[in-house]
Design a protein. Structure first.
Lengths: 98, 558, 338, 223
């Protein structure tokens, strides 16, 4: 079979990384960074998810098609949230003096 | 009826084919054969079409007079809601993919079945489960929210069966998802050797694009409807202004699916039209790649325009502008298709058989429907047109004039393959004409009504506007003609299954792998594993060296 | 564009002509496109009909140039339509600086109008011609939509907030008012009339009828009845901020953000005080959600508005042309304490 | 085509050429299913983002009523279950039957642990009455929280229950799938040659883990 087998060692390494990141994200939330808190929390979450996707879910070793599929999924989520925000964030604009 | 056939040296109907290899209820209800599942779907959606149509006939009768005199306002509201729900979720979304797509895609790509036959059958059962739940909602009182389920009316104020209907739609959504999932995987993994992407019939491209929308869009409407149901049950929820919620957020989630859903409806039919236009003129389609990619472009851009349903909803006007310009962008791929179809006709060999008549109907009526979409996408103009009969006319032109016509054209075209029998050509042409005339009489007056300000979902309308009543009466008259027009094919299709002339494997001298197996095909679709060495719509095949045990154009199964 | 063509509603506002112009332009444009396609198809159908059962025409290679032509030309056309439509939309939905302000509430299934001078009407809306009229709209229940075909104007009325729209009638007459958003059983019965009148007739109409309290005065009574004045005192000694001069000013919030105190802000401050907390005050204002109807909130808002010296944007200035229009005179507002 | 079936693997369905093609199809199928799952949760995430932007204060206050220790523990538990799941796939890939069985069992166990902890979290909330419903705002005030934020906190809790409830439902389904898988795997059905079901179920499990990876900071860690 042509499938790539990820070694136990890398699995454990990824797990360790995920654990560390979990601790980091909790700690980071204790520090007041203002709006940056959200950014940091999300960045860490994205990073963790990427690790899971690439290694646990083998996407790093998968076909191009699978990789595109994964990216498309998140892209569509961003489209949905982004275009919805394009409404909510600009609703007040009109009230500026003309 | 002319039946010019070149390739008919062999007995036309094989002794054993997918329809007669097994009999009895079980052989149908437990079948994993994509062709039989297609037929199961055909039966289900046809029933729903007539149910939706019956509602339409009834409320059209009500609208003959300005006062509400035939039914009560509650009944009227339930009727148009159920008409919309049934027609959209239980007829138009599944109709072409689940019937023709299921039947044809494996045949067209030279596969023995879809990738997941069990899921395919499951999707039919899920569809019917959803349908039964919805029917239960109907017989226990119906629902009156409009097919759009806007909050807070649906969550708080309506006292009809919103939750049950929502559950029905939720369930049916999964059948749509499973169909899309199956097609994508099938098209990716099961193409016959040599069937490269750019040799695929455009029907397959269109279904690929459709499937993308089904899998990316449907879950969103599922969650939106689930949230409405929860809010209704808990009496509190996330669209509730009392919690700081925003009813317009529901509209965003709903249309995030429901705008792309209109392309779920139209793309498969466009795929049918590409096949019809090429095969009924025996011309290689003009601009193959442009048509193929325009389907994908419609699927992708279709997701970016949902806000054009919210121009007057208090959505930010800046968002309105973004959605407007994107709506115009998505019109371009449709334009590309129309122009390429027209160019294909040029110097073709045009048959006037029923499928082609429907193809003409589609192109003409879709063009009108699409172009009036441009009126609605124009921000300042939509303020006046929104929620008037202009919108009703716009979408019926596309959905009835376009999609249903395309579907009927496809059904006629592939009927010999599906049933092994020819339909009566004369009646076919006649009913196509009746439908065309009836259709225009029904819906053209609605454009005029709409611009004059007649709001939609109105049970009664002002008596003092005599011209409104005139137009409504025309519309009702047209609807009756339309209803008759739809009944005729129903009758002769059933008739032809027994009495129709036996069909040859390739009665139209069409290209495409589905025509290179017997009519009806055997359960495994092909006697030989097809190996494809030619492009789609290659009507003048060059002789290719054929290795033993493969199929070449014009070949017949031994 | 002041012609009445068949199958068009009456043109009775400044927008009507402009909307119709775009409409007619599109009718002609898309009509010719559709006609061209139809003619082409009929010609091809006749000219290239099948002449013998086995005929197979020669394939034609597609031309990139042609493809690009019919991709780019429509693109340019639609960009033009977009621009036209968008500029119109801006005009329609951008509230004017100066206007006669009326308050509209939708309720299953009727429209209620409150005039600044306290006149109230149901399913009728009297307005003067030649004056901009701005509607501040709220709903007590579901979404409704204010639609006057003769004015070519429509705006949804959404629960939980105010929406606004405006128009300027040009011709006296009675015009149909529809509810365009489906709102339940009698959605089609939620109709009424907009009565556009010559300014002087409008004045007569306004002063006619039973004499009523002005809207702001009604609001003031509510202000006391709901004990708002126990916290909001004009001398600033209450537990809440003084509301004099609030409307139209810019408020500094606890979060440091600055917001403009408009109608929507006032409504939110009353119904959900915690949403935007004024800097320097504790969060002890109770919510009045569910305790006040939208109509009452509008009265309170009108009262609080009357506590502000008006810039050019308010009822009074708007009433300049018709002075009797707004008896809500702020000067007489006594300190809201005792 | 008929010669194909002579030496065909028992698990090969009639319409596939070989197991490789079949495996490709099932993995792609699962990924596409996960796309729909992303969008399914996506609707709620959209609602969350919008409301969090506009009711930030209330969201923060309500978030502070969640138990960070339990949430954090659950994060660890779930990531660990993802590891065991990955190792189960590894066991199947390399033909280590014992490892496969053990890791599946651990995955189920960790999944159940997650659900039990979630149960305690939920019941605590129920106990305090901090659950969506007409009583929320009184209970919120009774519990000594800022009354002015009651309404927005209510919205947060509503979304919290919707998101975590949906997630928990996926966990329950996941545990079910794993149990079936374990039952099927008990006598060496999955080999290095054929183990697509293990792999595909693994993808599902990891996806559920990823959802939680986002839920944890979004629900428990906002400030
Ligand atoms: C299959 C269904 C289908 C399809 C394909 C479309 C296609 C389009 N629709 Fe339609 N639409 C609906 C079904 C559909 N619609 C439904 C059901 C509603 C109402 C829902 C409800 O509220 O209940 C609706 C409502 C609706 C609205 C909201 C109206 C309102 O409520 O106020 C708008 C606004 O922009 C719109 C626009 C468009 C546009 C721009 C297209 C475009 O995709 C059309 C593109 C096609 C063409 C443009 C024609 C072909 C091109 C040429 C012939 C070449 C020449 C072209 C150019 C010069 C550009 N539609
Ligand atoms: C796929 C979609 C589809 C299809 C095919 C149709 C088909 C038809 N529609 Fe539909 N329509 C919608 C989708 C569709 N519609 C949607 C989404 C809405 C919006 C709903 C909403 O506002 O929420 C709508 C709304 C709608 C309205 C507006 C109602 C209102 O706003 O108050 C009208 C009015 O004329 C109408 C008419 C028709 C007619 C005459 C047909 C005809 O084409 C039907 C022809 C078919 C038949 C006539 C059946 C033939 C069968 C018989 C003759 C047997 C009869 C049997 C018995 C009587 C027992 N439709
Ligand atoms: Cu109010 Cu419709
Ligand atoms: Cu749309």
């Amino acid at each position: 079979m042509s499938e790539h087998i990820v070694s136990v060692k890398s699995y454990v390494a990824v797990f360790a990384a995920l654990m560390v990141l979990t601790v980091v994200t909790v700690l980071a939330s204790r520090v007041n960074l203002g709006p940056l808190n959200t950014v940091v929390a999300l960045a860490i979450a994205v990073f963790k998810a990427t690790l899971v996707i690439l290694y646990f879910m083998h996407v790093r070793y998968s076909t191009r098609l699978t990789q595109v599929t994964v990216v498309a999924g998140f892209l569509w989520l961003v489209i949905m949230i982004g275009l919805t925000f394009s409404d909510y964030l600009t609703r007040k604009w009109l009230e500026l003096p003309q | 009826m002319k039946q010019a056939m070149n390739s008919g040296a062999l007995p036309a109907t094989p002794r054993v084919h997918y329809l007669n290899n097994d009999y009895g209820w079980k052989s149908w209800l437990l079948t994993l054969d994509h062709k039989r599942i297609g037929i199961l779907y055909l039966i289900s959606v046809t029933l729903f079409f007539f149910l939706g149509g019956a509602y339409a006939v009834l409320f059209r009768l009500e609208l003959m007079t300005p006062q509400g005199d035939l039914v009560s306002a509650e009944t009227y509201n339930k009727m148009f809601t159920l008409h919309g729900v049934v027609m959209v979720f239980f007829f138009l979304i599944p109709v072409v993919p689940a019937v023709l797509g299921n039947f044809l895609i494996p045949l067209m790509i030279g596969a023995k079945d879809v990738a997941f036959p069990k899921l395919n059958l499951a999707s039919w059962y899920i569809f019917n489960l959803g349908a039964l739940v919805t029917l239960y909602a109907i017989v226990t009182g119906g629902v009156d929210t409009g097919w759009t389920f806007y909050t807070p009316y649906s969550t708080t104020y309506s006292n009809t069966n919103v939750v049950v209907t929502g559950v029905g739609i939720f369930i049916t959504g999964f059948s749509s998802i499973l169909t899309g999932l199956n097609f994508i995987v099938t098209i990716h993994t099961l193409r016959a050797p040599g069937m490269t992407w750019f040799r695929l019939p455009l029907f397959v491209w269109a279904h690929y694009a459709t499937s993308l929308i089904q899998i990316l869009g449907t879950p969103v409407v599922a969650i939106a409807i689930l949230l409405v149901a929860l809010e209704r049950l808990l009496r509190i929820g996330i669209f509730d202004p009392a919690l700081g919620g925003d009813p317009v957020l529901f509209q965003h989630l709903f249309w995030f699916y429901s705008h792309p859903a209109v392309y779920i409806m139209v793309l498969p039919s466009m795929g049918v039209i590409s096949e019809l236009v090429a095969n009924m003129t025996r011309k290689s389609i003009y601009g193959y790649k442009f048509i193929a990619f325009s389907s994908i472009a419609i699927a992708v851009f279709g997701f970016l325009v949902w806000g054009h349903h919210l121009y007057t909803s208090s959505q930010s006007i800046y968002a309105g502008m973004i959605f407007s310009i994107l709506s115009y962008a998505v019109a371009i791929p449709s334009a590309i298709k129309v122009f390429n179809w027209t160019a294909t006709l040029y110097k073709g060999s045009m048959s006037y058989d029923t499928p082609m008549l429907y193809a003409f109907g589609f192109i003409g009526l879709f063009t009108i429907g699409g172009l009036t979409g441009l009126f609605l996408a124009a921000l300042g103009l939509d303020v006046h047109l929104h929620d008037t009969y202009f919108v009703v006319a716009h979408f019926h032109y596309i959905m009835v004039g376009g999609v249903v016509m395309g579907y009927l054209g496809g059904l006629h075209f592939w009927w010999p393959k599906i049933s092994g029998r020819m339909y009566p050509e004369g009646w076919g042409r006649f009913s196509a004409l009746v439908i065309f005339v009836g259709f225009n009489l029904t819906f053209f007056p609605q454009f005029l009504l709409g611009y004059m300000g007649m709001p939609r979902r109105y049970y009664a309308y002002p008596v003092e506007e005599p011209i409104w009543q005139v137009l409504h009466v025309m519309s009702t008259a047209g609807a009756s003609i339309l209803g008759v027009g739809y009944l005729i094919p129903m009758i002769y299709f059933v008739w032809s299954m027994r009495y129709g002339p036996v069909a040859k494997p390739n009665p139209w001298q069409a290209t495409g792998l589905e025509w290179q197996t017997s009519s009806p095909p055997p359960t495994e679709n092909f006697e030989y594993s097809p190996v494809v060495t030619w492009d789609a719509y290659n009507f003048r095949p060059k002789e290719e060296p054929i290795s033993a045990g493969t199929l070449k154009p014009g070949d017949q199964p031994a | 564009m002041q012609v009445r063509l068949p199958f068009m509603p009456e043109q009775a506002s400044t927008f009507a002509g402009e909307v119709d112009a775009l409409y007619l332009f599109l009718v002609v444009l898309t009509g010719s496109i559709a006609l061209a396609i139809a003619i082409l198809e009929v010609i091809y159908a006749i000219k290239y009909r099948r002449r013998s059962p086995d005929e197979v025409p020669a394939p034609i290679k597609s031309s990139l140039k042609l493809e690009l032509t019919w991709t780019i030309t429509p693109l340019l056309i639609v960009l033009f339509i977009f621009t036209w439509g968008a500029s119109l939309y801006f005009k329609l939905y951008r509230a004017p600086e100066e206007a006669l302000e009326l308050y509209l509430t939708g309720k299953q299934w009727m429209w209620r109008v409150q005039h600044p001078n306290g006149q109230r009407e149901i399913n009728e809306l009297h307005i003067p011609i030649g004056r901009r009229v701005k509607l501040t709209m709220a709903t007590e229940d579901v979404i409704h939509s204010f639609y006057v075909p003769a004015f070519r104007i429509k705006m949804d009325v959404v629960p939980g907030r105010y929406t606004t729209t405006w128009f300027e009638a040009t011709k006296p007459g009675r015009y149909r008012l529809f509810c365009a958003e489906y709102c339940g059983t009698s959605h089609s019965g939620m109709i009424g009339w907009v009565v556009a009148m010559e300014p002087n007739e409008y004045q007569t109409w306004l002063s006619g009828g039973s004499p009523t309290e002005s809207l702001a005065a009604r609001g003031e009574r509510l202000f006391q009845a709901k004990a708002c004045n126990s916290c909001h005192r004009s001398d600033g000694t209450g537990r809440g901020p003084a509301l004099e001069g609030l409307f139209g000013s810019t408020v500094k919030l606890q979060t440091g953000a600055m917001v403009k105190a408009d109608e929507a802000y006032l409504r939110e401050s009353i119904l959900n005080p915690s949403a935007k907390m004024v800097a320097g005050f504790p969060a002890n204002m109770p919510t009045f959600q569910g305790l006040l109807s939208e109509e009452e909130v509008l009265q309170l808002v009108a009262y609080i508005k009357s506590l502000s010296p008006r810039p050019a944007t308010n009822i009074q200035a708007a009433g300049g042309a018709a002075s009797a229009a707004s008896p809500a005179v702020p000067a007489k507002s006594k300190s809201s304490g005792e | 085509m008929s010669d194909r079936h002579a030496d065909a693997h028992w698990a090969l369905a009639h319409h596939f050429e070989n197991l490789e093609q079949q495996r490709e199809a099932s993995t792609l199928g699962m990924w596409i299913f996960l796309l729909t799952e992303i969008m399914f949760f996506g609707g709620l995430f959209t609602a969350y983002s919008i409301y969090r932007t506009f009711h930030t204060e209330g969201f923060i206050a309500a978030s502070h009523t969640l138990d960070l220790v339990l949430g954090g523990t659950n994060t660890v538990v779930l990531i660990a279950s993802s590891l065991t799941m990955a190792l189960a796939v590894y066991g199947a890939q390399t033909g280590k039957q014992k490892m496969l069985m053990l890791c599946l069992a651990l995955t189920i166990l960790l999944g159940l642990t997650f659900l039990v902890i979630k149960y305690f979290e939920y019941s605590h909330k129920f106990h305090l009455g901090l659950i969506p419903g007409s009583g929320f705002e009184q209970n919120w005030i009774k519990a000594g929280h800022n009354p002015a934020l009651a309404r927005d906190a209510h919205m947060f809790i509503w979304i919290y229950f919707a998101l975590t409830g949906l997630h928990a439902l996926h966990m329950v389904i996941g545990v079910g799938i794993m149990s079936v898988l374990m039952y099927l795997a008990r006598d060496g059905r999955y080999t290095p040659h054929y183990h697509a079901p293990v792999e595909v179920s693994g993808l599902y499990w990891h996806f559920v883990d990823i959802v939680w990876i986002f839920l944890f900071p979004l629900l428990y860690l906002i400030r």
